[in-house]
Design a protein around this ligand. Structure first.
Ligand code: PAP
Length: 333
């Protein structure tokens, strides 16, 4: 190796190792353009920040980590977690940060803002107030060890597979990319999804990883369903507050604070904020792409039920065999 190519700093060595790893891992181009690697058994579209997060992150006992697959209700949960935890800091909801900041600004995603190498995307974790509210989409087995061994809490939210897929599909149509994705390609990508090709998936492995940990230790992992939040937001938000160690008092409940937080964080409310209509927090997409319909069962408008039934069979069987079933979502095909 010539001197000029010799790695000479820790960063160079890490970069070199990463390049070598990338050469050995199976790779797909997710939606035709994102290099996505099969890393530790899941499809990882952000290899470098993931490894950096796994290597360097030290959890605090007071941390609250939101975990979810893309398009499962992350934005909603970010706004709810932030509002519930900080309700005493912002008692006047008319001056709440959600009026001027996108929920993703208030609860940072490890992959983009904390362990990304992109300039301007590395924030100092020591600056975050306690409890630190953070979010990840990597599967449970691949979380950094300190998240598992510390007393920090994990809030997991899942969504039925069909609406999750459709939501990501629409989001990708909105993302700025080199490759053109057109609506007629939907079936090809749905087939890939059912085979397990989905960012941070497979879908079923992601759910089962967190579900198993929830059944083992429900004080560590709270398991929420998007559809449950739609059906019964008040009870689910109370569950969330209790789990995070800040239950609503009787006085608060009588004062309708739960209802007010639910209303502030609703899709209709967030969609109307100027920051969410015209702002851009992530460089590849406008904030308004994060707020679409938010409906349960929207997939029926895009996918043929009899084809879906066939393609989804294996995924459903795997969930069933593991003893998992959705509490709130009833399959209607
Ligand atoms: P992310 O993974 O990019 O953060 P995420 O927030 O998990 O996305 O999912 C976006 C979905 O949540 C969208 O669903 P749809 O495409 O089926 O419409 C979006 O509309 C929905 N969503 C966003 N905010 C809310 C909210 N406050 N209440 C309910 N649903 C919401």
């Amino acid at each position: 190796m010539s001197t000029s190519t010799k790695p000479n700093s820790l960063e160079d060595i890490e970069e070199c190792k990463l390049k070598q790893l990338q050469l050995t891992l199976p790779k797909i181009l997710w939606l035709g353009s994102y290099p996505t690697y099969l890393y530790q058994g899941f499809w990882c579209p952000v290899l470098e920040p993931t490894i950096s997060f796994q290597t360097h992150f030290q959890a605090h006992d007071s941390d609250i980590i939101l975990a979810s697959l893309p398009k499962s209700g992350t934005t909603w949960l970010k706004s709810l977690i932030f509002s519930v935890v900080n309700r005493n800091k912002f008692p006047d909801l008319s001056k709440h940060p959600l009026h001027t900041q996108n929920p993703h600004e208030l609860v940072l995603q490890f992959k983009y803002k904390l362990y990304s190498k992109i300039k301007g995307c590395q924030l100092d974790l020591t600056q975050l107030p306690s409890p630190r509210l953070l979010a990840t989409d990597i599967p449970y087995p691949s979380l950094p060890g300190s998240i598992k061994t510390s007393k920090c809490k994990i809030v997991y939210v899942c969504r039925n597979p069909l609406d999750t897929f459709i939501s990501l599909w629409h989001f990708n149509l909105r993302c700025e990319r080199d490759e053109i994705i057109t609506p007629d390609m939907i079936m090809k990508y749905f087939e890939d999804f059912c085979k397990g090709d989905f960012p941070f998936g497979s879908y079923e492995d992601h759910i089962l990883g967190y579900w198993n940990e929830h059944t083992r230790n429900s004080n560590k992992v709270l398991f929420l369903e998007y559809e449950g939040l739609k059906t019964d937001p008040y009870d689910q938000v109370k569950r969330l507050a209790e789990f995070m160690g800040c239950p609503f008092s009787k006085v608060e409940e009588k004062g309708n604070i739960v209802e007010e937080i639910v209303k502030l964080c609703s899709l209709d409310s967030l969609k109307e904020k100027e920051v969410n209509k015209s702002g851009k927090f992530y460089d590849f997409v406008e904030n308004n792409a994060l707020f679409r319909k938010g409906e349960v069962g929207d997939w029926i408008n895009y996918l043929n039920p009899s084809i879906v039934k066939e393609l989804l069979h294996d995924l459903q069987e795997k969930l069933k065999k593991s003893g998992f079933s959705f509490k709130y979502y009833q399959q209607n095909f």
